[in-house]
Design a protein around this ligand. Structure first.
Ligand code: CA
Length: 567
């Protein structure tokens, strides 16, 4: 029997209010201390009752809402048995009249473990963050503490950042919330994050599958060993071909590609909804000779430029979209979809020589310096003597060294699935920072590992029961795309997952809104992978979700450059 979200929410709120009185009653050190699970209950975690502090915050602004929220700010610390370390936790407990028995972890981004988590209050959820034992709550970046010194990895910090700290945040939260609100009701637990937040969420689903009921994961930064090195690939294509396109020339290539591939999905709206059709049907060399011109940058970083797109620039673009291969031609990793911007390939203007040159992408350079070469520096000084094979070697080192920590590609999610967990995974189809095909690959890996003997039809149906993947037409990395501004972007995904988890109502589609251009206000129900959108001919208001084998095949990759399986 289905209950509506509002009715059930009201009932839950009423039930909570009956037992809980006011936030002033609950938000005390003694109430939190009494709520802490006794030491010995949580294996390896020794809570420190004397570390508890509480304070009430009234009328706080939670993101994107006019409503103000009262909450209890709780901090406490624990140590790992026998470790003499100290990990600080910060929980945000909503006022009992709005608490809906939910805990929502939002994770962080890049090398951060936390982000602003007050937005969870909007969903009647408690939330929290962890300092990971290294100061992450005050903004310390994991990359600044991953080495003890040159050559010496701080494995405690690495495992904490990789998955352990957030897992322990949630492990402690469940009994703490029940004690704090004096309820024996189930605490529904969710994770929402994008980019490394998406990776952090997957780390939880992979390692703590029975702790989480639902997850919304965008563009996860998984396959860390390959992904982080791949940020240097665009630079290496430029260096190998000895051609460094200006930003103006790169932009011309991207915009011409978008213009050419936009209509292939059946609607000319400035959005590539089918990058696979672009890959199958568009020849980048057709851009050679098109003219471009750009004004000088106001900060003097580049002069006014004009010219025509060169064959060399198109060769660089094609090389970037093709992805990394060894010098003998074995594929090592996926790349960005055709039509994505060339962010990693950004070049640097040298006013002395009046030319553009190498600008080593720091995301890749810092990773290789610290995580592969174990040198405590923020970027590689140059790419001298670096070849495509060197990049593959760097990938292999990280792949093997961090296989059970940062790699985050375990494909067996049985614990989460069998516990009833539901997951929505999404990825912008023009993401220039984490390849869209990376997420498709992970979905395929989960499917092949968990349903090895089922037919295609059976495994698709089984996956759809708990893990749904949606590609967002034209979208950038975890946001709308300024180059395809009239594209859709998902909103309110958390409600779709809450409905799925708490009320058994699976989402028909993932709703995404358009907020500019001729179709502003339109809500698109995105297609569930592997179905692909195709606008109906002569109708700019309706698209079908079609089964297109040739297109889906363009998303299938093998990685013979590695001897180990790449999930
Ligand atoms: Ca289009």
């Amino acid at each position: 029997m289905r209950r509506s979200l509002n009715v059930a929410a009201t009932a839950l709120a009423a039930a909570t209010a009956a037992t809980a009185a006011t936030i002033e009653d609950l938000c005390t050190v003694s109430n939190v201390q009494a709520a802490l699970p006794a030491n010995g209950t949580l294996l390896g975690i020794e809570l420190i009752p004397s570390s508890v502090s509480t304070s009430i915050v009234y009328q706080a602004v939670a993101e994107e809402t006019e409503k103000l929220y009262d909450y209890c700010n709780v901090t406490l610390s624990y140590t790992h048995t026998g470790a003499n370390d100290r990990v600080k936790l910060n929980y945000i407990m909503p006022s009992p009249d709005v608490f809906l028995n939910r805990f929502l972890v939002t994770g962080g981004f890049a090398y951060q473990l936390n982000t602003d988590f007050l937005g969870s209050l909007v969903y009647g959820a408690a939330t929290g963050g962890t300092d990971g034992g290294y100061g992450a709550l005050s903004g310390t970046s994991y990359s600044s503490v991953m080495l003890k010194g040159n050559g010496s990895i701080n494995w405690d910090n690495t495992y904490m950042f990789a998955y352990q700290a957030l897992g322990e945040l949630t492990t402690v939260a469940k009994p703490l919330l029940q004690g704090f609100y004096a309820t024996s009701d189930k605490i529904y637990t969710y994770f929402e994050g994008c980019s490394d937040g998406g990776r952090q969420g997957l780390s939880q689903i992979q390692r703590y599958g029975d702790l989480y009921d639902g997850a919304i994961l965008g563009a996860p930064a998984i396959r860390y060993g390959q992904l982080q090195v791949s940020h240097l690939y665009s630079n290496l294509v430029e260096k190998t071909l000895d051609y460094y396109p200006s930003a103006c020339e790169f932009n011309k290539i991207v915009n011409a590609t978008i213009a050419a591939c936009d209509p292939l999905d059946g609607r000319t709206d400035g959005v590539i909804s089918r990058s696979d059709l672009c890959m199958l049907n568009f020849d980048l060399t057709s851009i050679v000779g098109e003219s471009y011109s750009c004004a000088a940058a106001s900060d003097g970083s580049s002069p006014a430029v004009q010219g025509t797109v060169s064959a060399e620039a198109v060769a660089v673009a094609q090389g970037i979209y093709d992805g990394l291969h060894t010098t003998s031609g074995d594929r090592a990793y996926v790349s960005y979809q055709v039509g994505s911007a060339f962010s990693d390939g950004a070049t640097l203007y040298n006013s002395d020589s009046n030319s553009w040159g190498l600008n080593i992408a720091r995301k890749g350079g810092e990773y290789v310096a610290k995580f592969v070469e174990l040198l405590n520096i923020d970027n590689l000084p140059n790419l001298d003597n670096v070849t495509y094979d060197t990049m593959v070697d760097w990938m292999t080192t990280g792949f093997e060294r961090y296989q059970d920590s940062l790699q985050t590609s375990l494909p067996d999610l049985t614990k989460f699935q069998s516990h009833g967990g539901k997951m929505i995974n999404y990825h912008g189809e023009s993401d220039p920072s984490i390849p869209t095909a990376s997420t498709v690959r992970y979905w395929q890996s989960v499917r092949s590992i968990m349903y090895p003997n089922e037919s295609e039809e059976e495994s698709l149906a089984a996956m759809s029961e708990w893990y749904r993947l949606y590609l967002v037409p034209g979208a950038d990395h975890c946001k709308r795309n300024t180059l395809q501004p009239d594209g859709p972007y998902p909103v309110g995904i958390i409600y779709a997952v809450i409905n799925w988890v708490e009320f058994g109502v699976a989402p028909e589609a993932l709703n995404a809104t358009i907020n500019s251009g001729p179709y502003a206000g339109e809500v698109q129900g995105l297609c569930q992978w592997p179905l692909r959108p195709l606008w109906q001919s002569g109708d700019n208001s309706t698209f079908d979700c079609v089964n297109d084998t040739a297109s889906v095949d363009t998303w299938e990759y093998t990685f013979p450059a590695f001897k180990l399986p790449v999930y």
